[in-house]
Write a protein that binds this ligand. Structure first.
Ligand code: PMP
Length: 355
């Protein structure tokens, strides 16, 4: 008799829920921290020509050599560090976790944070230990370092700035945690263009530091490309776990083309940083709404009734992310991505009505 999934699947996988993505068709999409702007028309034409010329009959260059060289130059990767590319940074999180998953090893992170750190720890059979942040979502440095001494993690993930809170932890607190940890510390700088703060230039200071980034929030979420920078001895090990052709010819071609015109994406990021101020002021002016400080392209907000506000927004065509029930610190919290000025105006006026 064939066994059922309940009998065959690992219990910790049975207990998980798949990563949730809402259907966003026809909605003002403020749920996933995307750049709301498309490429300008002339760049779209150039991109189409570059993609048409790509040799898709061939496998990609496995490590994306030319793209790594371009990223090393444009992203100020310090000399002596190597780069590893991923099918989004999700892929890199998985590779790093897999590589360090010795039996009994522990992954640590601040709570609340990006759920993929915990999920990948579980996929890899590792122990997952979250240390709650303070109530204002700042980093509790003492509590974290005490937990590091107790659990001796092989791997620590810190999102800088953090998701879903938007909070940028104090750089000295982060440095103290890197120093206090014997394991690898991955600093996830997915939102670095909005924070304009980075540990990239400090890589040489810390032998156990890995800086991870994505082009998703910069305006290229659809192509799926992440990169990490670290010492060659770490990259060589992570690289063994990489799927042979994890970054497609189309992704490599598109990234080479668009990153060659990085100023266009950076100008869009600057507009979003300007809009961030407008959205923060607009949200803070709404009765009963708390807005947490954000260095990213989104805001965590606390409203009187998040489920009602979420449904009210959705029924009027605005999709945000509801975190009520996801973590005790996030009671009645919604996460709202900064959109175009028009989208932001709609968000603020609908939210005012709904509240
Ligand atoms: N890290 C953080 C902190 C994120 O918020 C996200 C996306 N929500 C990712 C990594 C994954 O990004 P991607 O796989 O698109 O590169």
């Amino acid at each position: 008799m064939p066994l059922t999934p309940e009998q065959l699947v690992r219990p910790e996988i049975l207990a998980l829920k798949a990563y949730h993505v809402s259907d966003a068709e026809g909605m003002v999409k403020l749920d996933a921290m995307e750049n709301p702007y498309r490429l300008p028309a002339e760049l779209r034409e150039g991109l189409a020509a570059a993609l048409a010329a790509a040799e898709i009959n061939r496998y990609p260059e496995p490590t994306g050599r030319r793209l790594r060289e371009l990223l090393a130059r444009t992203m100020d990767v310090p000399a002596g560090m190597d780069l590893l590319l991923g099918n989004g940074s999700d892929d890199l999180i998985q590779m790093v976790t897999f590589t360090l998953a010795r039996p009994g090893a522990t992954v640590m992170y601040v709570e609340p944070t990006f759920v993929m750190y915990r999920m990948n720890a579980i996929f890899s059979g590792m122990k997952a230990v979250g240390v709650p942040s303070r109530e204002d979502f700042s980093l509790d440095r003492e509590a974290f370092i005490t937990a590091v001494r107790e659990h001796k993690p092989a791997l620590v993930f810190i999102a800088y700035p953090n998701n879903p809170t938007g909070v940028l932890f104090d750089a000295e607190d982060v440095a103290a945690i890197i120093r206090a940890t014997d394991g690898v510390v991955v600093l996830d700088e997915a939102y670095h263009v909005f924070a304009q703060k980075s540990f990239m230039s400090r890589l040489p200071e810390f032998p156990n530091l890995v800086v991870m980034r994505t082009v998703s929030k910069l305006g290229l979420a659809g192509i799926r490309l992440g990169y990490l920078a670290a010492r060659p001895e770490w990259v060589a090990e992570f690289n063994k776990v990489r799927q042979a052709y994890n970054v497609s010819v189309l992704t490599q071609t598109a990234a080479m083309y668009v990153l060659g015109k990085l100023d266009v994406l950076e100008a869009q990021a600057e507009i979003i940083r300007g809009e961030r101020r407008t959205v923060r002021e607009g949200l803070a002016a709404l009765p009963g709404v708390t807005v947490y400080p954000s260095a990213a392209n989104f805001f965590l907000t606390r409203v009187p009734d998040a489920n009602r506000a979420f449904e009210g927004l959705k029924s009027r065509g605005v999709l945000v992310r509801n975190f009520h029930g996801a973590h005790p610190l996030m009671q009645n919290c919604l996460r709202i991505t900064v959109g175009t000025p028009e989208e932001n105006r709609k968000l603020l006026s609908v939210l005012r009505d709904v509240l």
